[in-house]
Design a binder for this molecule. Structure first.
Ligand SMILES: [Zn+2]
Length: 549
């Protein structure tokens, strides 16, 4: 999710609070975390074998991650990330304990064995300690040590942005995913652990604990790997979709079973809608799951964290303010949209996070469109503009593990809605969305690749549109004058050579397309009442009538 600090901020704080702050100057640690350092570049993760003992009694973890990687180019120093206050016990390769140097949250390990290109190697990282406790999950994440209303332990992880290395050692960048992963979580045997993928086994250890072994058979983002331990009930269903039979497993708290079975009926409607627009759910092999969490939610791949209290809307609210967001469960819809946008198609750098959140936000409008038609979906998208602040650009600096402004949600969604207006062909637009999913299925991409794909398939160059909405805080203004039957118009508040054809009412019969530039142009108006001149509200632009030159 990252369903965003701005969302909750909007709900809980006055409008003047929480304005964006100047980004702090990048630190050495930001670069180690956010860039592809030389000690990261030479190897490619193929498999994580993670086994962790999770102890709610003293909020401690102890475990090992056996990292298998393919050597791309020869090197002898490898960077592994693990955040303070967690400690490494040892790094082991081929039975040898290795020397290392710690630099903040990054470890540089000196490998003894030869690293030959093309070969696979495994490095085991043994670690322990009391991981960072989440301050305000899921936004300010870490470990959530909570209890349900009956006092049973209820544990969760949430670490997007902050990084998976807050609770397990790995190559902590979005740019590298393992092809598959085992997740073996040992917890008190009164609890159930729900992690990602499929449950392979539950092994009682005879010491009051049990080990839940999960397996993800497809590539997974490290921040999606999750522990969810609690007293869960279990509901099983199936959905028959474009990829065949998809298993649906729901894990509400035991005492919420009945409520969950009603609320989660929305899952099938959501899947049918998103498969229509985006193509097959990306993880048929691993299934679809919802698991109840003590925090609001997160797009944990094939095990979506659900904490919307079985309410429709966003905790019962409609973020669009239009009423179109009130009768469906925001967390089911938004987080599930990330299975396509974020989990299957993942951006390499956090700076391109708008691709995850802009498309997920836009998906909410498509869901409304599935429920109630195109006009309703458009109304929802347009309503979301009230959440746009335009205080800082969506795209921040690259290579520093920075995420852009919260505008990446509603403004990202509205940029896509605007692009759809220009393409002006719903089937073509749908094929572009499905095409993006097909072209970049289970891959790591840059925003630029996504932008280029849209341009190539539509045959329209949207370069200045991306520039305008992603790298500036300016909203394009269509300035116009009406003098008798003559309409004069031009763009202002735009990037140089801004190109966005737009629909306006030149006559009483409906909209016509004009192609404004920064220079004045004219068109002939044939409106009965010139005051009725309007710009199609589907475009995220402003318009301003001026007089004189
Ligand atoms: Zn999200």
């Amino acid at each position: 999710m990252r369903s965003s600090l701005w969302l909750i901020t909007l709900l809980l704080l006055p409008a003047s609070a929480g304005l964006a702050q100047e980004a702090a100057p990048p630190t050495h640690a930001d670069t180690l975390r956010g860039s592809i350092t030389p000690e990261r570049a030479w190897w490619d993760v193929t498999y994580y074998d993670l086994a962790v003992r999770v102890n709610p009694a003293d909020s401690a973890l102890r475990g090992v991650n056996a990292i298998t990687y393919r050597v791309v180019t020869t090197d002898s120093v490898i960077q592994i990330d693990l955040q303070r206050p967690l400690q490494v016990d040892s790094f082991v390769q081929q039975g040898r304990r290795l020397e290392y140097r710690r630099d903040g949250n990054a470890f540089f390990v000196y490998l003894a064995a030869a690293q030959r290109p093309g070969e696979q190697q495994t490095l085991s990282v043994y670690y322990y300690g009391h991981p960072r406790v989440a301050k305000h999950a899921p936004w300010d994440g870490g470990l959530v040590w909570s209890a349900d209303s009956l006092g049973n332990d209820w544990v969760a992880t949430a670490c997007q942005g902050l990084g998976a290395s807050v609770w397990w050692p790995n190559k902590d960048t979005q740019a590298d995913e393992p092809d598959s992963q085992r997740i073996a979580i040992t917890i008190p045997d009164s609890l159930v652990d729900v992690s990602n993928g499929r449950l392979r086994s539950v092994t009682p250890n005879g010491d009051g604990t049990a080990t839940y072994e999960w397996f993800v058979s497809q590539p997974i983002n490290n921040y999606d790997v999750a522990v969810n331990a609690g007293r869960f009930g279990h509901l099983k269903e199936a959905f028959y979709g474009e990829g065949g039979r998809l298993t649906l497993n729901y894990w509400p708290l035991e005492y919420h079973l009945a409520t969950a079975s009603r609320q989660f009926a929305q899952v099938k409607t959501m899947l049918a809608c998103f498969e229509h627009w985006f193509g097959p759910y990306p993880w048929y092999a691993d299934g679809y799951q919802l698991v109840e969490t003590p925090h609001l939610g997160m797009e944990h791949q094939s095990a979506i964290a659900y904490g919307n209290h079985y309410l429709n809307g966003y905790l019962g609210h409609d973020l669009s303010g239009t009423g179109q967001g009130l009768d469906w469960d925001f967390i089911i819809v938004h987080e599930s949209a990330h299975e396509w946008w974020g989990n299957s198609l993942t951006t390499a750098d956090l700076a391109d996070m708008w691709v995850h959140e802009g498309f997920a936000n836009y998906s909410e409008g498509l869901y409304v469109e599935c429920l109630r038609g195109k006009a309703a979906g458009a109304e929802y998208n347009i309503g979301n503009r009230k959440g746009i602040r335009n205080t800082t650009p969506i795209t921040p600096a690259y290579g520093l593990n920075r995420e852009g402004s919260g505008d990446m949600y509603p403004k990202g969604g509205n940029m896509l809605h605007t692009i759809r207006q220009v393409i002006d062909n719903d089937e073509e637009w749908r094929q572009i969305l499905r095409g993006l999913q097909q072209e970049f299925r289970h891959q790591i991409v840059t925003a630029k690749q996504v932008e280029n794909y849209i341009d190539r398939k539509s045959g329209i160059d949207f370069t200045t549109v991306y520039q305008q909405y992603l790298t500036t805080t300016m909203v394009p203004v269509l300035e116009y004058r009406i003098e008798g039957p003559t309409l004069s118009y031009r763009w202002t508040n735009v990037v140089p050579n801004f190109s966005l054809p737009i629909r306006v009412t030149l006559s009483d019969t409906g909209y016509s397309v004009i192609r404004p530039t920064e220079s004045w142009q004219t068109a002939t108006l044939s409106l009965q009442n010139p005051d009725g001149f309007a710009v199609d509200p589907n475009y995220y632009v402003e318009s301003k009538r001026v007089t004189g030159m």
